[in-house]
Structure formats: structure tokens, C-alpha cells
Design a protein around this ligand. Structure first.
Ligand code: FES
Length: 82
């Protein structure tokens, strides 16, 4: 089932990106553009992501705990990002 009709992104694709580490609608958008046109799918994407674990968030929290600087979102790369 399509989540983002503007870019033809399915629920399954969003879940795959989430499994690969994307845990916010912005991170989903960075890998597949979903949510970057009309924005009508952003709430649906957020619902799919839920409030589960976020490995990146936990990584950043771990860095902060050790006094390391937090990286910006631009430093985060996903394997299937172009
Ligand atoms: S439905 Fe996703 S950006 Fe329009």
C-alpha cells in the first residue's frame, strides 16, 4: 500500500528504511523523498515509525554521555542514499 503517492513510496519501503536506521520522517525523506512534496504523508510516516527505539538517537546520546560532539543530521548517511 502506498504511503506517499507523490513519490510512489510504499509502507514496506518505509519500514525497510526504518529497519536500516531511519527513525524520523526527515530521515525517511532523506533516503526516498517521501514527504517532501505535498507533505500529506508525513503523519502516516510518523505513525509507521512509531515511538520505538531509535538507534541513531541512542548513538548520539551515548556520544553526549562521553563528551563527544554531536554530529549534525548532514553527517548521517544511509546505505541506500544516493
Ligand atoms: S504524499 Fe508524500 S509528499 Fe505528497
Amino acid at each position: 500500500m502506498y504511503v506517499c503517492s507523490c513519490f510512489g513510496i510504499t509502507e514496506q519501503q518505509v519500514k525497510q528504511h526504518a529497519d536500516a536506521g531511519a527513525c524520523t520522517p526527515r530521515q525517511i525523506a532523506s533516503v526516498c523523498k517521501a514527504g517532501t512534496d505535498c507533505g500529506g504523508c508525513v503523519r502516516r510516516i510518523q505513525a509507521l515509525l512509531g515511538r520505538g527505539e531509535c538507534p541513531r538517537r541512542e548513538l548520539l546520546a551515548g556520544r553526549a554521555a562521553h563528551g563527544e560532539p554531536l554530529s549534525s543530521a548532514a553527517d548521517v548517511r544511509f546505505p541506500d542514499a544516493a
